[in-house]
Design a protein around this ligand. Sequence first.
Ligand SMILES: [Zn+2]
Length: 402
Amino acid sequence: MDTPQSTTTHKTYQERGYCSRPGYARIRAVLRACCWLYNHSLEQRKNTYLSDGKGMTLYAQMKELTQLRKEQQFWQDVSVQAARGVLKRVDRAFKAFFRRVKAAEKPGYPRFKPHQRYQCLELSDVSPGMVKGNCIKIKGLPVIRIRSHRRLPDSSQLKALRIVMHGHVLTVDLVYEEESEPLAPVASVVGIDVGVNERMTFSDGKTVSRRMIDRSRETSLQQAISTKKKGSNRRRKAVSAYARERRRNTVRNRNECHQLTTAIVRKYQKIAVEKLAIQNMSRKGGSRKRGLNRSMMEQTWGVLFQQLRYKAEWAGRQFVEVDPRYTSKTCSCCGEVRKEKLAVYRVFVCPACGHTEDRDVNAAKNIKERGAGLPTPYNAGGNPPRSRRESAEKDILVQLSI
Ligand SMILES: [Zn+2]
């Protein structure tokens, strides 16, 4: 196998940011103003459409911004990139809206945002001078210090910057354009089945156990909020304590996922997973299965897949999503499809060849096979069973559509 070529990709480094006490207040003030600008430009687009029957472009709004900056001292004092970032965000919301309309999905017209939920400053035009060592200096904002434990790329490669307030925690996302670092190729393919009983099951029989969250602290913090009077200082403090705990759990999980996915990408050349419509399975997607919902959501398969995808690309490995139909009902040995309902059995027993295996391992093997695009080993001699022939055809169709 050839060593894969390196390509340039955008990579985001998220760092915790620190600034002075008045600094935080200033960031909050700028965020509030940006929220106003967001809502204002949304309204402007809406009104223009209602009166003229035409939408407004990003450039038209940029012109308006220039006017606003002439009139208001506040916007003159804040970096123009930050204000443009707001307009771009509105533009992106509308583009996504039109895309969804075109695709006949649920349209979801862009919404006005309350200032409590507007937490992110985006700068997509950045100058290299904004990041100097451990300091981030942007006009109109306080100096933000980061304490990075890793070496950041050269600031000339900086492409975008985001400053996000998570309650009391400030993070800085630095987006760099970097050359990828392909790993030496290995000749191994793996199929991964995700589930609730085991978080991940590999086609070679290994498993990653399910994520269990200790919610005792979270629950007591939540209860503490309910006893405080609305609008009081004590309630505000209780809310932020709860938010901190939630964030801690998220970060903890992300770290676990990173360790897992890095190990997987190092070990295997081709990683096949099921293409899951996670949204459809949860309650948000209209499903009524509430009991399953939380236990599924907290396994965060989406986070795992997203990390696998970019890490595989970075390492010159392959990440494929295969058609999920019948992966748990097909025999990985002969290809026979078992027709019972899924909840009936934990162990897969093939009605045709008697092959017996853990249900998830069997599914992972099917995923691996589909991902590898290899023909299935048929039973020695004789014609392949009909069901396998059919599903083989289906697999070819899936490959073509990718
Ligand atoms: Zn079989």
